[in-house]
Design a protein around this ligand. Structure first.
Ligand code: BT5
Length: 238
């Protein structure tokens, strides 16, 4: 496994996408500072200063895209929850892959697929985790946010956290690629804060209200919308 350390970068995901063809499978790109972190749908991920985690995995699991790759963000959210639990916390997953502590976002995960024409080149799976941030900086985020140091009341060692995350990710990575979401389903559900609740899910062009009933074996959300069953593949719980 190759690790790339950057003092500062616009975005570890962008760096990964730009250099994907030159980098071997399982390269990990890590930056101390990120000036233009990417979120989904043109949103941004804010660098809150201090020692926070910004990293991207370069993954080239096959020559052709497989549906299971779409669940890698959920796999990574479960890995992160297990690590956060070891700090005595009770992390919750908001479908599909936001990780929250007491309703506040502590991490963001973004997977980008790199294609060259119709050819699948690989994936850049990025994660940002707030490890050391001040309350006043967290308040600058437009939605409720928290960080590990605030939750546990002490400074967090970035290098130790990073290495734990990387090794936990690769420990079961091959099994996950083989089995897909089924492999993590029960652990994912044990952290799923949205199940059996009335929620509103924004999909590309629609807001869908209903009760979150369950997850399919592919990690999709089953929503009971006034008796009509919807199976949502992508979207965001509002
Ligand atoms: C995400 O997007 O949550 C995915 C973020 C992925 C960031 C990592 S960092 C390493 C790698 N390199 C990158 O450039 N990106 C990845 P989304 O679900 O769209 O959420 C974005 C929203 O989260 C923003 O609109 C804010 O509301 C909130 N947010 C931004 N920065 C935050 C922070 N530091 N802590 C908590 N919430 C934040």
């Amino acid at each position: 496994m190759k690790e790339i350390f950057l003092d500062e970068v616009d975005s570890t995901n962008l760096y990964g996408k730009n250099f994907l063809n030159d980098l071997p499978d399982k390269t990990v790109i890590f930056a101390k500072r990120q000036t233009s972190g990417r979120g989904r749908l043109a949103r941004s991920w804010v660098d809150l200063g201090g020692e926070n985690l910004f990293l991207s995995f370069i993954l080239k699991p096959a020559d052709v895209f497989n549906e299971k790759f779409s669940n890698l963000t959920q796999y990574l959210s479960v890995i992160l929850c297990e690590i956060l639990e070891s700090y005595g916390l009770d992390p919750q997953i908001k479908w599909p892959n936001d990780v929250l502590i007491n309703g506040k976002k502590i991490a963001g995960i973004l997977c980008e697929t790199v294609m060259q024409g119709a050819v699948f080149n690989g994936l850049v799976l990025g994660i940002g985790v707030n490890l050391n941030s001040s309350l006043s900086d967290l308040e600058t985020i437009d939605k409720p946010a928290t960080s590990l140091n605030v939750e546990v009341g002490r400074q967090i060692n970035l290098d130790i956290f990073k290495e734990r995350l990387i090794s936990a990710f690769f420990k079961d990575y091959d099994t996950f690629l083989d089995k897909g979401f089924e492999f993590i389903k029960s652990k994912y559900i044990s952290h799923a804060s949205f199940l059996d609740k009335e929620i509103c899910v924004q999909t590309i062009n629609k807001k869908n209200k209903g009760i979150a009933k369950a997850l399919t074996e592919h990690g999709e959300l089953i929503l009971d919308s006034k008796g009509k069953i919807l199976v949502l593949t992508i979207g965001e719980i509002l």
